[in-house]
Design a protein around this ligand. Structure first.
Ligand code: ADP
Ligand code: MG
Length: 355
């Protein structure tokens, strides 16, 4: 069979749905281009295996988000939340714009953001991954291993996307959901890609990206690139353009900031992250210089981050420093990061099996 025949057959035999097939539950989120609800089938017997669902009502950019999700499901299904179906809902005449519906499996209640808000972090994640409480003493070494496991899961998911040719562009704790079934974090919200698609020319840039997590470069593709698509998007770029621009390193910077927040309790709030970004910019994105600036008068919550990253000869600090760099081409790729010595030591049992 040819790939296209398989894709066609898959589509043909997958159940198809319309809006009336779903009952909406509580609202989970509301962005600029859509609203997200918890949902379930009106007639659960129709597809008993589906269980709880998530339904996103999206405006015009929903088409691209559907396309991205279909592509992810075929190319790197484990990286993102399980996509069930996407369709265009034609509104009755005269009642405003067309609306897209996207359906996923409900992966769980907690995003990495929710988990990081808790004082228990990272132990609350360890409990989720291992399913029971460990009786090892709490301490820096154990916290480091949990963070290491989460980082491995996140890099693994991101590597899947990047290997498929997709750059997410909106990697942040709110867009990383913990899948209770897979006991691993998965990436959600391929909607930013959509925003970018329509481009830079039409939407003010504050709209496009979350400023707290964006890399210093504004666009993932150099505007000088010959024959660059008018749209610097998160889709399958030609390998040549990919090599030339390394657009995936945009996501690596964002993930570096998440690594930073996991290690430093003092940097987990929005305001402290914004302050960190300001400080880093002031020292020209030189992480070592930032450290020299803040470490001498660091409060315990900040010092703890350095202590965690300095374990094992500072191997964690080394990885972090290779992710948060001004120049995209000096940042490590997701695949290279996974091979970094930081991950050589055994993490939590499950993560070893996964890779
Ligand atoms: P947006 O950020 O555009 O509102 P998202 O796709 O990020 O849309 O979804 C909003 C929120 O809904 C997420 O932050 C998460 O809390 C929840 N959510 C989204 N997809 C899932 C899923 N598959 N399983 C569980 N929760 C989800
Ligand atoms: Mg989101």
């Amino acid at each position: 069979f040819d790939m296209f025949v398989l894709a066609f057959l898959e589509r043909l035999f997958r159940p198809s749905f319309r809006k009336d097939d779903f009952v909406l539950g509580k609202k989970l989120g509301e962005g600029a281009f859509g609203v997200v609800y918890k949902a379930s089938l009106s007639n659960p017997k129709a597809s008993p295996k589906l269980g709880d669902l998530v339904l996103k009502k999206a405006t015009e950019y929903g088409a691209v988000e559907i396309w991205m999700n279909e592509r992810v499901r075929r190319a790197c299904a484990n990286s993102c939340a399980d996509f069930v179906y996407g369709f265009l809902e034609r509104k009755s005449k005269g009642k405003g714009a067309e609306e897209y519906c996207l359906i996923w499996r409900f992966e769980g209640e907690d995003t990495l953001y929710d988990l990081m808000q808790s004082k228990e972090f990272p132990y609350n994640v360890e409990t989720k991954i291992l399913g029971d409480i460990q009786d090892l003493p709490k301490g820096l070494g154990r916290e480091n291993r949990i963070i290491q496991t989460v980082m491995r899961q996140l890099l693994f998911a991101l590597d899947g996307l990047h290997s498929t040719g997709i750059v997410h562009r909106d990697i942040k704790p709110q867009n990383l959901i913990f899948s209770e079934a897979a006991r691993t974090f998965k990436i959600i919200d391929l909607g930013a890609a959509t925003d970018l698609r329509v481009g830079i020319n039409y939407i003010p840039k504050e709209f496009l990206l979350d400023p707290r997590y964006t890399a210093p470069e504004q666009y993932i593709m150099s505007t000088q690139t010959p024959s660059a698509p008018s749209v610097p998007v998160a889709t399958a770029l030609s390998p040549v353009l990919w090599q030339l621009n390394l657009p995936d390193r945009f996501d690596i910077y964002s993930l570096g900031l998440i690594f930073l927040q996991m290690a430093f309790p003092a940097l987990r709030t929005d305001s402290s992250l914004i302050q960190f970004n300001r400080q880093l910019k002031r020292v020209n994105y030189d992480l070592q210089a930032w450290r020299r600036m803040v470490e001498p008068r660091a409060a315990p919550d900040l010092r703890k981050g350095f202590e965690i990253l300095d374990l094992d000869g500072g191997i964690g600090w080394e990885l972090l420093s290779s992710m948060i760099r001004y120049k995209a081409r000096r940042r490590v790729s997701a695949k290279a990061a996974l091979a970094h010595p930081y991950f050589n030591r055994e993490g939590l049992g499950l993560s070893v099996m996964q890779n």
